[in-house]
Design a binder for this molecule. Structure first.
Ligand code: BQK
Length: 130
């Protein structure tokens, strides 16, 4: 059991580094904090489950992620929300969709590049056994 806690601690440290790196990128500014309903008043009537990088950092600290895929699922949610809220062909919507896809691809690439697949397999086993 102590080994499992060590593995999950290592996962949290790794995910914080990934999350911080994404949040530092100016191109992902609009994904860094919860959507500001002052700026986009109808957002919560369209998007049922908002997600952002600050919320994800808090979820790491609350031990909500037991493997990298759980973290990537929230990245996928954040991206899907942006595509859903910005469907139109106008330049503003297109740019936000592009940024959302770029964020998603960057997150997957960072994790695949820096995470040992055996480590992720171990984390998933811990998740599935819980
Ligand atoms: C994150 C997101 O999905 C988002 N989408 C927007 N879309 C629009 O403004 C489109 C909607 N269609 C008509 C043309 N405007 S603004 C916005 C946003 C940007 C920020 O700088 C902070 C923030 O919290 C949210």
């Amino acid at each position: 059991f102590r080994e499992e806690e060590n593995t999950l601690r290592e996962l949290r440290i790794f995910l914080r580094q990934i999350c911080a790196k994404l949040a530092r990128n100016k191109q992902f500014y609009m994904f860094s904090k919860p959507v500001d309903v002052e700026e986009v008043p109808d957002y919560l009537s369209v998007i049922k489950e908002p997600m952002d990088l600050e919320t994800m950092m808090t979820k790491i600290d609350h031990h909500k992620y037991t493997c990298a895929q759980d973290f990537l699922n929230d990245i996928d949610l954040m991206c899907a929300n942006a595509l859903e809220y910005n469907p139109d062909r106008n330049p503003a919507d297109k740019q936000i969709r592009h940024r959302a896809c770029y964020l998603q691809d960057t997150a997957y690439a960072l994790i695949k590049a820096e995470m040992d697949s055996d480590f992720e397999d171990n984390c998933r086993k811990i998740r599935d056994d819980r």
